[in-house]
Design a protein around this ligand. Sequence first.
Ligand code: COA
Length: 274
Amino acid sequence: MDSARQCVKVEKEDGISWVWLNRPEKKNAMSPQLHLEMDETLAELETDPETKVVIVAGAGGNFSAGQDLKEYFRGLDQNPAGAKRIREASNRWRWGRLYMYDKPTISMVEGYCAGGAFTQLLATDFAVAADDAVFSLSEVNWGIIPGGVVAKVVADSVLYRHGLYYACLGEAFDGKEATRIGLTNFSVPKEQLREKTVELAKKLMAKSPAVLRATKQAMRMVRTMDIQQAGDYLANRSLALKASDPNKSYETGLSQFLDKKSFKPFFEPFKKEG
Ligand code: COA
């Protein structure tokens, strides 16, 4: 991992890689350099054997104040070639990479989460917020629309009327409201945020990695398929999983339930073998 990176910090602990947006003095507003560094960092961690789960968070108590209005917008306005390159990196890490990431991903949100930061928030598999986190689709107040892919991912993910309401009004809302509208999975008092996020990461790490990967990617892929395409895709993905799972999870699960009687799936994952 490249320790020369300025705008991204990585901490590894017990299988979890914490990826911190690291411009705390700018509330982690996303500059061109941050986008390039995040893109490289996530690509590296995706194949890093020590990394079982990635948690995306913001250093200094704020998730992210969105795109950097000075460096990302004004700074690139007169530089179309640079703007294209940076926009590609920005959309790649915040959506393309994270959406189909080979490992489970969680956003941990405290403090401000604004505008463009909704993209990585919704691209990660799960999101946990502090009750008092402050969310805002603030674009309407800047004279711009929720661009990049923000309008699309919000419309696809949160309860529709609420998405429309917050996009059109730009009003701030807290972590409890974010959960009510489907933007985050749950919120907790701020002092429990790290502990509850780690708890979720540990539950994910107890699952078979191959089965978890296939499950999350299948859930995402079927969203844009019709029922026949989905049935066909899922049948093939199931076969591919059985053939390639190093833990032989299917055989292991059945044998622990039917033969050894050592496991019931409602209550716990099977014990990984192999
Ligand atoms: N782009 C560029 N700079 C930003 C920024 C952004 N999105 N968000 C914060 N900053 C900068 C501030 O300009 C300030 O820089 P300075 O110290 O050089 O003056 C620094 O970060 C600290 O922010 P400040 O506004 O002083 O902190 P605050 O606690 O009073 O307010 C926010 C925090 C997040 C409420 C406020 O900064 C804000 O509204 N930011 C814009 C958020 C937004 O709408 N983002 C979406 C962009 S599409």
